[in-house]
Design a protein around this ligand. Structure first.
Ligand code: ADP
Ligand code: ASP
Ligand code: MG
Length: 437
């Protein structure tokens, strides 16, 4: 029988009402055998996510501040779900044990992981599926990186024994058995790992939007839904801020050639977005989507006859390397080069770096542009269509937006422009309107 792996994000399992929708979806198709839930997310705007509360509990303990009130909010949410669904499980002992462990200084990863653990436990009962704890099969190496080969082997071995199972997302364990989580949003990765290991026909990722949209719905009102998108396009978009899927989640399924189907728990009849292999790419539209991120700094360096100085670029890059700063983009002209850096890594090192570049590379001029936003316009179709760049720049010019930087990757599926942070939302809207409206 074909197997479908279905991951349900935080808002899809936020309360009893959402649990009912999940059950209806899962039971509608026998192939949906392995289910990966997140921790309960927001039920409405302004609500809190259980994972955030758990992180707060941990921070309180660390600073020796009582966390009872916060923990009570967590208990209330879970007990409410159990009660409303009329399940006969007694969560009391589980909650007490977790509280006890947190109060005694349990690790931050253990603490955060309990959101998924408890939700998985409840969902398994509700669906009548087995509960399988990922700590026994998703394993990290001693440096904290996922041990993909061993994980695949363990998941495969463990799940043949369970015809149907709920596996909480977001965490696994270190070689010594200690719980370790992925980065935020990491349940998407768990789903992908499970889909790969069981050789699923499809990896369904159920969330609160009807698939991947052409732009962030928090910026553009009702953006068009993307019907099909390739892994490569998805990777470019999610890396640049389209946060529908965790950026690491494409690798396991991509390797196995398993498509991802992004679906909406609140609109199950919508077929959502299919993420397909790069070879199958279709060029129906010139652009597939737009995504962007704020908080970059650009250091623009000018030196006449730069290309004659063969070690110039290497020296710049080694300064960044020594300061442990990854380079995001490196657009260059004949006599100039720009370094685009994510502020997260730059911290307070900017002045130091500029000084070192001045001393070691002796440029003719060096300028710094802080508060930059990058916007990626992505699509395989761009390679086959003339005038895409022209349209992009015209759209921005007509909206009176200055472009500070342009970078087109050699794959030609991505044009990146740098604009000032203040112009970010307007720029995304302008590009969207230029191509779609
Ligand atoms: P989940 O909790 O189900 O994992 P996430 O909040 O991680 O859901 O991801 C879904 C959200 O991603 C949407 O609610 C939407 O606000 C946001 N988002 C950002 N960019 C896009 C995009 N291009 N298409 C769809 N959703 C997007
Ligand atoms: N609950 C975790 C988070 O909020 C993981 C996830 O939802 O994927 O980041
Ligand atoms: Mg998510």
């Amino acid at each position: 029988m074909n197997i479908k792996v279905a991951k349900f994000g935080g808002s899809s399992v936020a309360d009893a009402k959402q649990f009912r929708k999940v059950r209806e979806i899962v039971l509608a198709d026998d192939c949906r055998r392995y289910i990966i839930p997140s921790a309960p997310g927001k039920r409405y705007g302004g609500d809190y996510k259980i994972t955030d509360l758990l992180y707060l509990c941990h921070a309180h303990v660390k600073h020796s501040v009582p966390f009872d009130q916060m923990f009570d909010m967590i208990c209330e949410r879970y007990l409410g779900i159990v009660q409303e669904l009329e399940l006969s499980i007694d969560l009391g002992p589980y909650l007490s044990e977790i509280k006890e462990k947190i109060s005694k200084g349990a690790s931050v990863d253990y603490t955060a992981s309990r959101g998924e653990y408890l939700n998985g436990f409840i969902l398994a009962q509700y669906l009548g599926y087995d509960f399988v704890d990922p700590k026994d099969m998703i394993v990290f190496d001693e440096f904290g990186s996922l041990d993909a080969d061993k994980t695949k082997e363990l998941v495969e071995k463990s799940l043949v024994e369970h015809k149907q199972a709920v596996i909480p997302g977001f965490y696994g364990a270190m070689p010594n058995g200690e719980v370790k989580t992925f980065s935020r949003g990491g349940s998407d990765i768990t789903g992908s790992i499970v889909a790969q290991a069981v050789g699923a026909e499809v990896y369904e990722n159920w969330t609160d939007v009807s698939g991947f949209l052409m732009a962030d719905p928090r910026i553009v009102e009702k953006p068009k839904q993307i019907e099909k998108i390739t892994y490569q396009e998805l990777r470019e978009l999610s890396y640049m801020g389209a946060t529908v899927l965790h950026e690491e989640s494409v690798f396991p399924v991509r390797e196995a050639g398993i498509p991802i189907n992004v679906r909406n728990t609140n609109e199950p009849d919508n077929r959502g977005t299919m993420i397909i292999s790069d070879k199958e790419s279709i060029h129906a539209n010139t652009i597939t989507g737009i995504a962007g991120r704020k908080d970059f700094t650009v250091i623009s360096i000018q030196k006449n006859r730069m290309n004659a100085d063969i070690s110039f670029v290497r020296r710049i890059l080694s300064i960044l390397e020594v300061n442990s700063i990854p380079v995001e983009h490196l657009p260059s002209g004949i006599d100039n080069i720009s370094i685009v850096i994510d502020d997260e890594y730059l911290g307070s090192k900017l002045n130091k770096i500029v000084k070192e570049i001045r001393e070691q590379c002796k440029p003719d001029a060096i300028e710094v542009y802080p508060n930059m936003a990058l916007i990626a316009t992505v699509g395989h179709g761009m390679v086959y269509t003339r005038g895409v760049a022209a349209k992009l720049f015209t759209s921005l010019a007509e909206a009176n937006i200055n472009i500070r930087m342009i970078d087109q990757g050699s794959s030609e599926i991505n044009i990146i422009v740098g604009v000032e942070t203040n112009d970010f939302e307007r720029a995304v809207q302008a590009i969207y309107d230029g191509f779609v409206e």
